[in-house]
Write a protein that binds this ligand. Structure first.
Ligand SMILES: [Zn+2]
Length: 200
């Protein structure tokens, strides 16, 4: 089979955005809704630096500071905040906490994880291997991000080439394919391979 690349992908129909899904399925909160839920603080440590929306599953998102989002290094003792966050009633926070605890080997983390009370469906979402979209350099992509194309990409069926250096704003992630995002280029909504973009 021919490798799947942008040149073979026809322009997509515009998809409904997750958080306006009228069937109320897979409702993912946007950044403003997350700020309201979280009270404008990190949902793990209550910090306020570099708060951003982090999707933990296709239906769960959390508001995290740059340390809890693992963008800046954690100072010693930082992750002890997980012990308190483990009591959150928000499924998305429970999932984020459960996974982080799962990656820590200290006894307190093992205990905190074992004591978490999660609904079975939430526990299943936490344990499922998440689909993570990454750009050409391995940076994690979230819906709403801006990316830049790192090569010229002819768009079959649309009659134009998306030029290297083009910024694509407010991307969405293709939920079932870690290699695909969607975005608008020259007013057309197209599928773009993550290997050809860099997060801005
Ligand atoms: Zn934090």
């Amino acid at each position: 089979m021919k490798p799947f690349d942008l040149a073979t992908v026809d322009v997509c129909q515009q998809r409904p955005h997750y958080h306006v899904d009228l069937n109320m399925e897979a409702v993912v909160l946007n950044i403003d809704e997350l700020h309201a839920r979280a009270g404008n603080v990190c949902e793990i440590c209550s910090g306020t630096d570099g708060l951003e929306r982090v999707e933990v599953t296709t239906e769960d998102a959390t508001l995290l500071c740059s340390i809890c989002a693992e963008i800046t290094p954690a100072p010693t003792g930082h992750w002890r905040a997980l012990e308190g966050a483990a009591w959150s009633i928000e499924p998305a926070v429970q999932i984020a906490v459960w996974r982080k605890l799962n990656n820590l080997s200290e006894a307190w983390a093992t205990d905190a994880q074992a004591n978490m009370m999660m609904e079975p469906d939430v526990a299943a979402r936490a344990a499922a291997v998440p689909i993570v979209h990454r750009d050409a350099h391995g940076a994690v992509l979230s819906s709403g991000d801006t990316v830049v194309l790192i090569k010229d990409l002819p768009v079959k069926g649309a009659g134009f080439t998306a030029k290297r250096g083009t910024a694509v704003r407010s991307i969405s992630l293709v939920a079932d394919n870690a290699g695909h995002i969607e975005g608008r280029v020259e007013s057309q909504r197209i599928v773009i391979l993550t290997e050809f973009v860099k997060r801005k």
